[in-house]
Design a protein around this ligand. Structure first.
Ligand code: HGY
Ligand code: MN
Ligand code: MN
Length: 411
């Protein structure tokens, strides 16, 4: 029988350590991302924990973290998540999943099970470094192009390319295609993560067994207007691109609601040039994040809203460009692994729920090649991508025991 209170203490210790000043670039939120000292220290923290358990630690050609307790070529079961953060992140998104995977590795040793395991912590799941969500797992699954890595993907901090930053950090981006070999020996994959919504909390469940993950479209809309004086320019002589932004935000809300089927739409990034109180904008750029569990539903909303923005700009004598940043399909997960997790959850007597994930996860990429599933734990009031994010290490300890039992049963 797993001593869950000891597991909860160890998971909490890792989370609280990694919430310290050496592991975040901001004192107001958790902020760490690829090729920064804070992220390097986070990986080094997990490397130390895993080496003490006899794991061999390495990184793929661009920096995805890998640790395994078997030599290459031997089958292993994959566990992990990501430990980079949203730029306005909380302590638990991603990091609790990696800390729980490390706890699974500890229990595997202490319980004398010695199950073959490989822990992975994916680079840039949040996209906080280069604006490209799930970048490490998309690279691994060859869902990017070399041109994007060399040219288009640019650092939010200094505009330099991903390639340049990866080389400067000592990695070999030219070998990015070899990243796929991290998956070579995997017989399955389970990622543990906080739910990032409030379904588990509001239904009184401690564990979510995730059988599908919503797909998404990420795009940018750039509207070109004419920068004029805010005071001297009469209303009927203006080409003000912020009017198209305003109309499109409301149209996105209307179409997403009307479409339903779990479809959601968000405008999270807004840039106004020059962004001055007394100057009409010459250009605005805003992001579109459109997701849902039903592919044709959310992709339909993305098409409709893009066409709306172009028409709305033209009707006002301006031009709108819509550029897709990336898109990943809605992803069903592996029923056999979900069933094994359900059997393990049932044996604990604790309340659990089968559900889909509205948030994106690296598991969407891994599932393309490897039978995969996810385990959720509640986070308070569903708050996430915010420093007020809060979750209970006791739930993570429960998840660790369930994951270990499921892996043992799947052998
Ligand atoms: O935005 C997401 O779905 C993930 O948390 N990066
Ligand atoms: Mn996450
Ligand atoms: Mn996130």
């Amino acid at each position: 029988m797993v001593d869950r209170s000891r597991s909860a203490e160890r998971i909490e210790r890792d989370i609280e350590t990694l919430a310290g000043p050496h592991f975040t670039r901001s004192s107001d939120a958790i902020q760490r991302y690829a090729y920064t000292p804070e992220y390097r220290r986070t990986l080094d923290h997990f490397a130390g924990e895993l080496r003490s358990l006899g794991f061999e630690v390495s990184e793929d050609p661009v920096g995805t973290f890998v640790a395994r307790n078997r030599p290459p070529g031997e089958s292993v079961f994959g566990i992990g998540s990501h430990c980079d953060s949203n730029r306005n992140g909380g302590k638990y998104d991603g990091t609790m999943g990696v800390a729980t995977a490390v706890e699974v590795c500890r229990l595997n040793v202490e319980g004398g099970l010695d199950l073959p395991l490989q822990l992975i912590s994916f680079l840039e799941e949040e996209g906080s470094g280069f604006g490209q969500m799930l970048l490490g797992s998309r690279i691994m699954l060859q869902r990017v192009t070399e041109e994007e890595l060399r040219e288009s993907f640019r650092a939010l901090d200094d505009g330099r390319s991903f390639w340049e930053h990866a080389e400067e950090a000592g990695y070999e981006p030219a070998r990015w295609r070899e990243s796929i070999h991290v998956l070579d020996d995997l017989t399955g994959w389970i990622e543990m993560h906080i739910e990032q919504a409030r379904v588990l909390q509001d239904t009184g469940n401690r564990i979510g067994l995730v059988h599908a993950i919503a797909g998404y479209v990420h795009a940018d809309v750039i509207v070109h207007g004419r920068g004029d004086h805010a005071g001297a320019t009469p209303m009927d002589l203006r080409l003000d691109p912020t009017t198209v932004l305003a109309e499109t935000v409301l149209e996105l809300e209307r179409v997403a609601r009307e479409t339903g089927q779990g479809t959601v739409g968000t405008v999270g990034e807004i840039e106004v040039d020059p962004g001055l109180i007394n100057a009409i904008a010459s250009r605005v750029r805003f992001s579109l994040d459109i997701r849902g569990p039903v592919e044709e539903a959310y992709r339909g909303v993305a098409r409709e809203v893009a066409a709306f923005a172009e028409r709305a700009a033209e009707a006002r004598g301006m031009r709108a460009e819509v550029r897709q940043r990336q898109a990943l399909p809605a992803t069903p997960l592996d029923e056999r692994i979900v069933d094994a997790l359900e059997t393990a959850a049932k044996s604990t007597g604790e309340p659990y729920l089968r559900m889909h994930s509205g948030a994106a996860h690296d598991t969407m990429c891994v599932a393309d090649r490897i039978p995969s599933a996810m385990v959720f734990v509640p986070c308070r009031d569903g708050i996430s991508h915010h420093p007020a994010e809060d979750a209970d290490p006791a739930d993570a300890a429960l998840a660790a025991g369930i994951i270990l039992d499921a892996i043992a049963a799947l052998r």
